[in-house]
Design a protein around this ligand. Structure first.
Ligand SMILES: [Zn+2]
Length: 290
């Protein structure tokens, strides 16, 4: 009898250990790895975080974005041959934001469907990752001034290649309405975002990501694509002297012109004030930076 008792206890202990493991790891414990590749991408996930059908949808979109970007980025700036995209499961707040890691892998989490699900921020991260190896070789990540231009360019290009996107930072609201409203709101100026990038980038995201993208659109549409490409892929650190030489004007003048350009668009946009108010209501948790 004693032996039977012992076996029963052993089984109970094993079962509770298994239950604990399942509780702590969720169903991840039973998840199987999934991989799907295409000409330029390797998508990795598990049966818990995605499915082959969803990965196929992502990889089709990825190839579409890739070919649009390949036509924008100068040919001599070599693109990565394989870009790894990891699908990590449901977005769970801080710590699960989409980003490109230090190996050039795109890490994605699934946002609510109305924000674009897994592909909500994919276009932006792809702009960062598409020429990661060349960027490392050029040494851009060592440049102090790189952050502002890198993020401005990534968001602006993501709007060009994925104009229907509904996630952060515009949430489907009209660009000039959002940015015009931030300019009128006051607080941090574009020049401050440029000089204090590390400090302000993630602490003021609704202002920094929208204003920078708009600034690059203005430069692209006013000074020409060659100018924007020279800033981003010219191989020189984007110090004020270098950028002003490429633009042919001082940054103070360019920033002022950009501001006027945005406000003019805002003023001529029907219902801009009401749309700006609903944009702010949709991010009511956000405390604007001053
Ligand atoms: Zn970015």
């Amino acid at each position: 009898m004693k032996f039977v008792h012992y076996i029963k206890i052993k089984v109970l202990v094993c079962m509770s250990a298994l239950m604990t493991m399942i509780l702590f790891n969720g169903c991840n414990y039973f998840a199987k790895p999934l991989e799907l590749s295409s000409e330029h991408f390797l998508f990795v996930a598990t049966t818990q975080t995605s499915s082959i059908a969803e990965m196929q949808e992502g990889i089709d979109l990825a190839e579409e974005f890739y070919s649009t970007l390949a036509n924008i980025i100068p040919r001599e700036y070599e693109l990565d041959s394989v870009i790894v995209v990891q699908l990590n499961g449901k977005y769970r707040g801080p710590g699960t934001y989409a980003y490109m890691d230090n190996q050039g892998t795109i890490q994605l989490w699934r946002y609510p469907e109305e924000l674009g699900g897994y592909w909500s921020l994919f276009a932006h991260e792809l702009v960062h990752a598409i020429a990661f190896d060349t960027s490392v070789k050029v040494g851009v990540y060592e440049w102090q001034s790189f952050g502002f231009y890198n993020e401005a360019w990534a968001e602006y290009l993501s709007l060009l290649i994925d104009p229907e996107k509904t996630g952060f930072p515009f949430y489907g609201f009209q660009e000039n309405v959002v940015v015009g409203h931030w300019i009128m709101h006051g607080g941090i100026a574009i020049a401050k975002l440029r000089t204090s990038h590390e400090e302000l980038n993630l602490s003021c995201p609704h202002q920094s990501y929208t204003m920078r993208a708009s600034w690059f659109r203005f430069v692209d549409e006013t000074y020409g694509r060659n100018v924007t490409l020279e800033i981003m892929y010219g191989g020189k650190e984007m110090t004020p002297v270098v950028v002003e030489k490429i633009l042919g004007e001082s940054l103070i003048i360019v920033d002022n012109k950009w501001q006027k350009w945005v406000l003019k668009h805002y003023a001529s946009h029907p219902g801009a004030d009401a749309q700006a108010a609903s944009y702010r209501a949709s991010i009511s948790y956000y405390q604007p930076c001053q």
